[in-house]
Design a protein around this ligand. Structure first.
Ligand code: ATP
Length: 228
């Protein structure tokens, strides 16, 4: 079943145009990697999808609703759980408080988040500001899951983390995929991304230029669009 459909999306920062035609779609239960070199429009696409940045042209349909003109909190309520770049959580609240304030009813509960990230369980009463970068990232993912999202968006969730913590995050992502969670993911670690993604969609200068399975992502395409 179609979960998300983005067509001819154009977005601007003031007068400066950042997206010039982004198109891709996702089915329920799919993991899609949104790719492209730095500055190509991945985060802008995510901001537009969450309606934090209003888009000017094109359309976004999510779970049958047209997002045009919708306020960001309403989009979140439709079931989009965003883990933004920079792992934002409430620094003055405890881990437990961060998780429960985000909660909406559904299959994801505090117990389940604690099972996914045992490190968080051990730190329930600690203030979020005392967590390491990796633990804060786990908390940011846990918070998004507590909203029971139909679509989880991870924007650079492993950026700047120690290798062992990255592996914990990737293993959580694989577990979520196994449970049928739909995930839109941006990450620089191509190798891990290719292991978990069902499909990849590539942006260049704010436009969609390629879409396909990880096995179709040849060295040529990587050279041309990802510069690796
Ligand atoms: P990165 O991997 O570096 O995060 P990205 O693919 O996510 O890159 P975006 O951050 O979406 O790229 O940037 C797309 C374009 O929009 C770039 O040209 C960038 O300079 C521009 N841009 C991003 N944020 C702003 C902003 N707040 N104001 C003006 N222009 C912006």
């Amino acid at each position: 079943m179609m979960l998300l459909q983005i067509d001819k999306l154009q977005s601007f920062y003031g007068r400066s145009q950042a997206l010039f035609g982004v198109d891709f779609s996702m089915d329920e239960g799919e993991v899609v990697a949104l790719m492209g070199r730095n500055g190509m429009g991945k985060t802008t696409t995510i901001r537009s999808l969450c309606r934090v940045l209003p888009y000017r042209d094109g359309s976004i349909r999510f779970g049958g609703s047209d997002l045009a003109g919708m306020r960001p909190h309403k989009v979140a309520r439709l079931g989009i759980g965003l883990v933004p770049e920079g792992r934002r959580c409430f620094p003055n609240l405890s881990v437990h408080e961060n998780l429960v304030v985000a909660a909406r009813s559904g299959a994801w509960t505090l117990e389940r988040v604690n099972r996914l990230f045992p490190r968080l369980k051990e730190r329930q009463q600690q203030s979020a500001s005392t967590l390491s970068g990796g633990e804060q990232q786990m908390l940011a993912i846990g918070r998004a899951l507590m909203t029971n999202p139909r679509l989880l968006i991870l924007d650079e969730a492993t950026e700047g983390l120690a290798p062992v913590i990255r592996q914990e995050i990737w293993s959580a992502v694989r577990e979520l995929k196994g449970e049928g969670q739909s995930i839109l993911i941006v990450d620089k670690t191509l190798k891990e991304l290719m292991k978990v993604a069902d499909r990849c969609t590539i942006l260049e200068r704010g436009k969609s230029v390629w879409d396909g399975t990880p096995s179709a992502l040849t060295d040529d395409i990587q050279d041309r669009y990802l510069g690796v």
